[in-house]
Design a binder for this molecule. Sequence first.
Ligand SMILES: C[S@@+](CC[C@H](N)C(=O)[O-])C[C@H]1O[C@@H](n2cnc3c(N)ncnc32)[C@H](O)[C@@H]1O
Length: 526
Amino acid sequence: MACVLSVRVINYSEIVKASSNQSKFDKKNRGPNSATSTRGRGTPRTAHRTQKLNLEVSPHRAVSAVRLMRIELGGAFADLLNEKGKGSGDNEMGYVERTLGFRTRVLDDRDLRLVTDIVGGTIRWRRYLDHLILSLCHDENTFTRMEPLLLQILRIGFYEIVKLGMPPYAVVDENVRLAKVSLRPGAGNMVNGILRKLLFLKENNSLPLPKLEGDDRAQARALATLYSHPVWMVRRWTKYLGVEEAIKLMIWNNTDPSFSLRANSGKGFTRADLVTRLQMLKVPHEISPNLDDFVRIKTGMQSVLQAGLLKEGLCSVQDESAGLVVSIVDPQPGESIIDCCAAPGGKTLFMAARLSGRGAISAIDINKGRLRILKEAAKLQNVDNVVTTVDADLRTFADQNQDKSNKVLLDAPCSGLGVLSKRPDLRWNRRWEDMEQLKALQDDLLDAASMLVKPGGVLVYSTCSIDPGENEERVAAFLLRHPEFCVDPVDSYVPADFVTEHGFYSSNPVKHSIDGAFAARLVRSS
Ligand SMILES: C[S@@+](CC[C@H](N)C(=O)[O-])C[C@H]1O[C@@H](n2cnc3c(N)ncnc32)[C@H](O)[C@@H]1O
């Protein structure tokens, strides 16, 4: 039986004494009012005066389940918690306690890695996992009415068995235990039954998966389940890229992401310095073939974080696809640049470092909070002497501002379809309808940004999307509205491999193994 220790202490690490047993815990916390016992109907649990430490539930599993609830239910999840939990910014273990009714031991490095893997993977594979869970449930109602926490526990178990190939009996045992202590014994029995059915089918190579057959619509639905993406994305990509490339893209999106680090030259820290530090930390790395300041890492981000390299502002996490957009702006010492949608500042800060202390960047953004992050990062990275933040809607700013610049960057709000490997939840939050709204906003912002460009000056339009509707089509529509601009091919700024036949920059995750992004360099004649 799982062991729940309950003690009156303020400090979690000081917990020493056991005083309650499982049945007491169940009675007290698992009634109809439990935050986790109903889906969307739960009455918030009252604040605990005691803290309960459970040493038998694996901490990474408990934290993963709660984090998945937070991601999926968003604001609704905060409402399920007690008042104290709302917006308190409390640490993860606080959420665990308020959701599950107990704490686990503190997570070590290995647990943290497991949480990242399990949460990322379970979100990515959600559609695929839900298809399997639904297929193995008694009936559809069992699935659709399942409590949120129970569903997350099942998703975790299915992911571990089917995608991670973890030792099956340990997975069953641990997920059953989590369901029992965090919900009730019956929930544990249900998890046990469904996971064992899954194991049987997997061992017999007969998982109930859809076949690629029927008309385009049916095939798109099957692909969407097999590769776990929304149907509308599959239909869009098969139309633009063909089935084979669409599948490759989905496989990329489902793979654990690689990261790039940029050495902050503003701090006098070079790539050679960064390489030395990574060697000392034993973090495997690779020099970027595309950008002088960048290094790629696949694993070891935890070590980089713990060593304080980011906290000290010595390096930043920045994808090469974003760095290459800065190469297209090509900032030179002494120049004045307007960055129209600047926050949280990835590109602003890299451009600022390239100015080597001479010149100025006006960093405009409508989002105050993100702009604050930019300002603090500029200070940390020692480039605040060339960065001024402007809290404004670009459209109003452009209307009212007489000052024009030779270089303007518009890194527009977009669908983010190029960065789905790094943002596992984004695919489920984006809707097809968003695309039309985004395109209209991108047109408006392009018009506004163009007003800030001096004759002879350059406007760089960029997105982190791979969708032609947000990229080439927006530029074509802009050029029709603004014949005073023409395309300046980007060949002199980025490696030839990234240049499209129309002279635009395009990074393709499948081809270049970095995020997907787009940029056009547009020169104003008059
Ligand atoms: C793709 S993000 C920019 C990322 C940033 N360039 C970087 O490299 O970190 C788009 C930004 O546009 C901002 N934005 C959206 N609408 C805006 C508007 N009307 N005026 C100014 N900024 C806007 C958003 O707040 C968001 O920070």
